[in-house]
Design a binder for this molecule. Structure first.
Ligand SMILES: Nc1ncnc2c1ncn2[C@@H]1O[C@H](COP(=O)(O)OP(=O)(O)OP(=O)(O)O)[C@@H](O)[C@H]1O
Length: 257
């Protein structure tokens, strides 16, 4: 059970800087993600978005500054089950991959039940419930590799949700997904958010994303904007990109798959 109040910062980043060797990638980042928010983190290629996520996930240690997760300094934080992560590269199964949607989602429980334990009836019900939550019930028995990129991403969201995370972090989940499917996908995320899950979404897809998130942060080595979507549309946000607006407002992703 979650005993945090609505104003609590689930993520609290203070004065964070990060360097790969001598190369500075993040400078003096201050960012708070409140419980119940749906934050879109945007920025051009190479602006440090994935690096920041890796710092939040404890995979990289900041050169300076501190990160607090659920009120605990990250180096003492040991409730990683509260955080679900869906990566950019999740949708890379080929059509022969021998696992059904049900099996892939069940894998999300292994952290809880152990790799070789049998799933109880309760576990199976939970798996079915999250598959339903992401709108994939009719595909439950289908092989994951036979699904579209957008459908696969829904399955990976279900896999992350099955262990009941309070925070879901998504790194470019709509890469390779067509605009209509991406919109449906964001609407689904918005529904999850209304059910109480805090979301941090990294994306290039500014146009579609801002219709669904309730806060936006713009990163380009430094944090240039952090606020609500209305202020963002008043152009304070996009002006942070110094002429890269056009690129950001299209659905082109030079690094896309
Ligand atoms: N392991 C690494 N070693 C050295 N430099 C790196 C490493 N990973 C990333 N970088 C550099 O750090 C910068 C930020 O990279 P990062 O992947 O965080 O950006 P990003 O905003 O996620 O980019 P994209 O939108 O293209 O995925 C880039 O210039 C990148 O080349």
């Amino acid at each position: 059970m979650c005993k945090v109040d609505k104003n609590e910062n689930i993520i609290d980043i203070r004065s964070l800087s990060f360097q790969y060797g001598t190369r500075s990638v993040l400078e003096n980042i201050n960012l708070q993600v409140k419980k119940g928010s749906f934050l879109g983190l945007v920025g051009p290629n190479g602006s440090g978005k994935s690096t920041l996520l890796k710092c939040i996930l404890g995979l990289l240690q900041p050169t300076k500054g501190k990160i607090t997760l659920f009120d605990q300094p990250i180096n003492r934080f040991n409730h990683w089950e509260k955080i679900g992560f869906v990566s950019q590269k999740a949708n890379s199964f080929n059509s022969g991959f021998p696992a059904s949607v049900f099996e892939v989602v069940s894998m999300g429980l292994f952290r809880k039940v152990g790799l070789f334990r049998f799933l109880t009836r309760q576990h199976k019900e939970k798996v079915k419930k999250v598959i339903e939550l992401v709108g994939m019930t009719e595909y439950t028995k289908q092989n994951i590799g036979e699904l579209s990129g957008g459908q696969q991403q829904r399955v990976f969201i279900a896999r992350a949700l099955v262990s009941d995370p309070e925070l879901l972090i998504l790194d470019e989940p709509t890469v390779g997904v067509d605009i209509r499917s991406a919109n449906n996908f964001y609407a689904m995320l918005s529904d999850l958010n209304k059910k109480g899950i805090t979301l941090l979404l990294v994306t290039h897809d500014v146009t579609a994303m801002t219709e669904h998130v309730n806060a936006v942060a713009c990163l380009n080595k430094q944090l240039h904007f952090h606020g609500n979507t209305r202020d963002f549309h008043d152009n304070h946000g996009l002006s942070a990109f110094h002429g890269q607006e056009v690129h950001l407002l299209t659905h082109n992703h030079p690094g896309g798959e």
